[in-house]
Design a protein around this ligand. Structure first.
Ligand SMILES: [Zn+2]
Length: 68
């Protein structure tokens, strides 16, 4: 029997974020809101996920911040 499994961070785009000035690239843009979680998949089907966090990410350089 052969098992195909994966493990890693999953990033889900949950829509547009706020307009912010980035502390890294100094561009003032609308950030995107993402939800990150750790997940374990078996045959590409997620079976476990944990550590869900809401973040906002700069669309220019990828800098991210925790959001409320
Ligand atoms: Zn940036």
């Amino acid at each position: 029997m052969f098992f195909l499994f994966g493990f890693g961070q999953h990033i889900k785009d949950v829509g547009p974020g706020e307009f912010r000035t980035c502390r890294r690239c100094n561009n003032h843009t609308q950030w995107r809101r993402v939800e990150t979680s750790q997940r374990f998949t078996l045959f590409f089907v997620p079976v476990l996920s944990w550590g869900k966090k809401r973040m906002e990410q700069c669309t220019v350089c990828g800098e991210s911040l925790h959001s409320r």
